[in-house]
Write a protein that binds this ligand. Sequence first.
Ligand code: HAM
Length: 437
Amino acid sequence: MAEFLSTKPYKGSRDFYPEEMRSREWMFSTMSRVVESFGFERYDAPLIEPLEIYLRKTSEEIVNQQIYSFLDRGERKVAIRPEMTPSVARMVARRFSELVKPLRWYSIPNLWRYEQPSRGRLREHWQLNCDIFGAQDEFLADIEILLLAINLLKAFGANQEHFRLKLSHRQILNQVLYELLSLPPESWLPIGRIIDKKDKITVAEFEDLLQKEGLDREQIKTLFSYLEEKEDFLERHAQWSSAHYLLRILKFLEDMGVRPYIDYDPAIVRGFDYYTGIVFEVYDRHPENRRSLFGGGRYDELTGAFSKEKVNAVGFGMGDVTLEDFLKTHGLWQTFPRKTELFMALFGEEELIVHSQKLAQKLRDHGFCVEMSLNSARLGRQFEEAHRKEIPLVLVIGSEEYKAGLVLVKDLNTGEQRRFSEEELLRYLKERQKNLK
Ligand code: HAM
């Protein structure tokens, strides 16, 4: 006997059955609605990019361990996109001079990373990317991105009990490493990467990595005290422009009334090399799901990899997997019934069937979703099919209705049956639709 093929999707990837697709569409349309309300416009880019766009400035972990890359048939090194930021930087750099800045752009791409699948981590995910390019006043762009991040979660019904946005600034860390630890610029990125891993490793492992990077006991102690201290540190170093800047952001957000959503957290670094300013991660506060939901930051140098014009940029990526976990954890996930509201049963002679098909088309032309039966033999079965599919209204044109120019409508929720002329039916359905809204 022939072996059957597996019906499972590829490891770490998902199928979306229709009921799951309805929730996914709700998620994506909520995202679009919120970001478009801030004036963002949608763009897209190819799934496959030249590998090199990820090599210049990216996350070491992604390039060394997670990228899906291969040689195409023309021997070009290409990669399936693990993130959207290099693609959008490429697009902006390509048409920089003709684009009217600032740009507020968003996309919801499917991204691929070769990860060990676990809760919140898969090999593919969808990621809302929101980025602002070329703002005159970078401070206002940073504020807008942070407000957008908070508003997105609020639009899904979340509040300050559910999440926190943890905020820091890359230059503050650099300044700490330079001024307080006397470390040269070459060591800033590697140490940043180690701090980024801090939550995933033990304290001993963390110290060990720092030692390997050349830090002595005293330097490690200073670094620890910086990572543990809260806003007092910023106040004491307000002469540093980065610390001053972050204090200004926090004050602005306080005046906007969203300060309860924000924590200053010096341990937030983010694992990408391209960040140059604010960096943030949004965390779930639920004890069973204390994980990062999404993150982003300012990256002013990335377009410089593609052209001599550097465009300042700030944005974030919000993944569907972590968002779904978060919404489910807090009882905010939604499921939806099918959209189809009418089931056209078929019955009797071919002439009747043609007539029923015509009526179905007329109803579709009026904007109704009509599912046509594919079973013209057994009426009882057809009612059962509509019932199991949770379609509320069944239409039948039997020979009597046909002769009288009528349609029988059965409401499966109430059991009520009525006969209408086509005009009455349209009026009835429109009225019903209005009442359902
Ligand atoms: P990222 O932190 O790598 O940033 O990803 C952003 C979010 O995408 C994560 O917080 C998580 O929600 C989701 N995500 C990432 N990898 C996975 C995975 N393997 N499985 C499930 N979800 C995942 C970036 O990608 C930056 N390019 C974001 C950005 C945009 N920065 C500025 N603009």
